[in-house]
Every structure is written in C-alpha cells, then in structure tokens.
Design a protein around this ligand. Structure first.
Ligand code: NAP
Ligand code: F7E
Length: 336
C-alpha cells in the first residue's frame, strides 16, 4: 500500500488554502497548515475541515518558525500560498508586502533546503507580474512588467523559486495564476465586493455600490478549479513553471452588468465611480494562454465566467438574505 503523503500549506486560512486543503484531503493526503498568531479567529474558511487538518503556528516573517514546522512534519509537498495578496494594500504597505510576499519565499525555500530538500515546492506566482503586458494573451515566455509593490514582490518570489531550482536542484514550480475567485474570496476584491454589493442592494441594506476603474479587464476563473493545477504541477517528472487561466477576458463593467442582471437589476442604477478606489498604477488587461498547463498537466477549468458570477451572487444572497424576499429585484431560482 502506498504511504500517505504529507502536504504543508502556508496561507491555509486564505481562499486558495481552503480549497487546496479540501482537494488534498480528498486525495488522501495528511494536510498540515501554517497559521500565524492572531487575536481573533482566522479559521472561518477551514472550519468545516478542522477535524481533518493539523495546524501549526508559524509566520512567513520568522525563519525559525518555518524550520521548526518543516522539521516536525517532514512534508513531501510544500505549497507556499501565504502572502499579503491585496494589490491596493501593497501601495499603502509596500515594505510589509515585500517582507511577506517576496522575502517570505526565500525564508521558506531556505528552510526547505535545510529540513526537507527532497520535498516538492509550489510557489503561488501571479499574473500581476505581467502588469503592463507587452503582449496578449500572456504565456510563460511573456516579459514581466509589474505595476504595484505586490506585483514586484511576486516577481522576486517567482525568480527566487526559479533560482533555487537551478542552484540546488530542488523540485520547485511557480504557478503563474490569473485571477481566481469564489464565495470564499475576501470582501475587498472586486468580484466579491460586487457579489456582496448586489446582495446588500437587493435586501435594502445599501442603496449604491462605489467602485473604481470599471474598464480594467481580467481573466477571472474559479478557485476550486485552480487548486487542481497547483497539485498537478508537483506530480510531473520535471519541475517547470506554468500559466493558469481561462483564456477569456472581461471588464469590471461586464462583471457588474452580469451580477446585477442575475437579480433582475440594472447596474447603472446603483454603481457609482469613486476615485478613491483608483490605483496609482493600473493593470489594464490580462488574458491567459494556458496551453502548456492544458497540454502537459491535462488541466482545464470547469466553471465559466457567467457560472462563477452566479455562484458568487447566489452565495451572498443566501448569506445576507436568510431566505427573506428581496426588497429590490428578484431572487434567482437557486437560493431560497
Ligand atoms: P488570501 O485569501 O489573501 O490568503 C492569504 C493567506 O496568507 C492567508 O492565509 C493569510 O493568513 C496568509 N498570510 C499573510 N501573511 C502571512 C504571514 N506573515 N505569515 C503566514 N501567513 C500569512 O489569498 P488567496 O487569494 O488565497 O491567494 C493565495 C496565494 O496565491 C497568495 O500568495 C496570492 O498572492 C496568490 N495569488 C492569488 C490569486 C488570486 O486570484 N486569488 C492569483 C495569483 C496569485 P491570515 O488569514 O492570517 O491573514
Ligand atoms: O482588482 C479594479 C481594480 O482587487 C481587479 C489578487 O488576488 O488577482 C488579484 O489582484 C480589478 C483592478 O484584483 C474596484 O482596479 C475597480 O483593475 O479584485 P482586484 P487584482 O488587483 O487583479 C491577482 C492575480 C493577484 O495575484 C492578487 O493577489 O478591478 N477595480 N473597482 C476594483 N478593485 C477593487 N479591489 N475594488 C474596487 O472597488
């Protein structure tokens, strides 16, 4: 019988951490999550898995904590999902973002090199590294031009992962993932801000929704689909980097139109543009060419853009409405 594999997930309390933990448990892994100390309970997204997970205290800012956890659990696979991941915050806290999102990767790679050099390592890289992209769609060979302290920090994390693969022969992969969303997405990201805004407006808890640049275009997919690609990258013969995305692109305005239409409303009656949400430098357009992931990993997304928007709006309607009748618009057939 095959030995049960152990996976360590940093960032397990985040959106992707919760979906990846679910997926790996389903595959029969022993799953250990790194959790940082907090004065409040940050485990809401993994509450339903708590009995099946092991949590270990540590912080990407503290190298000794990373080494201690690796020495204790000796994982076969390490998924580095921890980051200060909100682009807007990275303009307000550029140094902190660099410490966690950039140097944190080196701290973890050094600990892996010392404690578990045969472990396979996944780095959560981002399409934000393409930034002001030189070409569209973007693939692994497209030049990088990040547009925020977050994008710059991710680029450092990306190259240090490549460097440890080339220098020390570690099995390290960097997944360049385009935006992926879900009902577990943080409320500050635009997809969730819109799905939650629609629910609040439908139930009379708000009269408008303030957003920034409605013309920005992104390649949005479903987080539950993307964690399959992370795992597949660590099961290959040779490590390499992969772009992961749907290949389709939509504007924030398209997203608003679809989300409001789902409850029978017109976004133009409720969305107001507030320059406070503009960024000092914007990423205008992202679109993935995920041919390599499709051909070599056999990966493809299952949920399309419209399905994703409906899933998120339905979840926020159920959460906000508790089955009540909306005061505006209609309740779609899904939630009751
Ligand atoms: P998320 O929901 O913001 O989760 C971030 C996780 O990092 C949380 O668990 C957070 O813990 C943890 N963390 C932050 N600072 C830490 C520290 N100092 N020490 C230990 N843990 C720390 O992000 P996500 O959407 O799941 O994304 C997962 C990863 O993929 C991130 O690295 C993100 O940058 C990257 N990425 C995301 C996307 C996307 O579209 N979602 C696309 C490309 C790349 P707390 O709960 O304690 O805050
Ligand atoms: O913004 C525009 C905003 O914050 C998307 C992270 O997971 O994906 C994410 O980064 C777009 C931008 O995500 C609002 O200007 C308009 O053009 O949802 P977002 P992001 O910046 O693309 C990448 C791949 C990551 O790696 C990151 O970790 O929407 N936008 N109005 C707005 N954005 C927000 N947040 N709020 C608004 O009111």
């Amino acid at each position: 019988m095959e030995r049960m594999k152990t996976a360590l997930i940093t960032g397990i309390t985040g959106q992707d951490g919760s979906y990846l933990a679910e997926y790996l448990l389903q595959l029969g892994y022993r799953v250990v999550g790194l959790v940082r100390r907090s004065s409040t309970e940050p485990t809401e997204r993994i509450e339903h898995l708590r009995a099946r997970l092991e949590l270990a205290q540590g912080d990407m800012l503290d190298p000794s904590s990373l080494l201690r956890v690796l020495d204790q659990f000796l994982p076969d696979e390490v998924y580095n999902l921890a980051a200060q991941s909100f682009v807007q915050t990275s303009f307000l806290e550029p140094v902190h973002t660099g410490e966690v999102t950039a140097l944190g990767v080196t701290r973890l790679l050094e600990a892996v090199r010392r404690a578990v050099p045969r472990a396979r390592f996944y780095q959560a890289s981002s399409s934000e590294m393409f930034g002001q992209a030189a070409a569209s769609p973007q693939r692994e060979s497209t030049p990088f031009h990040p547009r925020s302290p977050y994008g710059v920090a991710k680029l450092y994390g990306h190259w240090i992962t490549v460097n440890y693969r080339e220098s020390y022969n570690l099995y390290c992969c960097s997944g360049i993932l385009f935006n992926h969303e879900s009902p577990r997405r943080g409320l500050e990201f635009v997809t969730r801000k819109i799905s939650d805004g629609v629910a609040r407006i439908a139930f009379g808890q708000a009269d408008s929704l303030a957003l920034g640049n409605l013309d920005a275009r992104r390649d949005w997919g479903y987080a539950g689909d993307y964690v399959r690609a992370m795992h597949a990258m660590l099961q290959q013969k040779e490590p390499r980097d992969y772009v992961v995305g749907t290949g389709t692109t939509h504007s924030v305005r398209d997203l608003c139109a679809l989300a409001f239409r789902h409850v029978g409303l017109d976004y133009r009656d409720f969305v107001v543009v507030d320059p406070r949400y503009y960024r000092p430098a914007e990423v205008d357009l992202l679109q993935a060419d995920a041919s390599a992931a499709r051909e070599e990993l056999g990966w493809k997304p299952e949920l399309d853009f419209a399905g994703l928007v409906e899933l998120m709006v339905d979840a926020d309607l159920a959460r906000r409405g508790h089955g009540a009748r909306p005061v505006r618009g209609i309740l779609p057939a899904g939630p009751a």
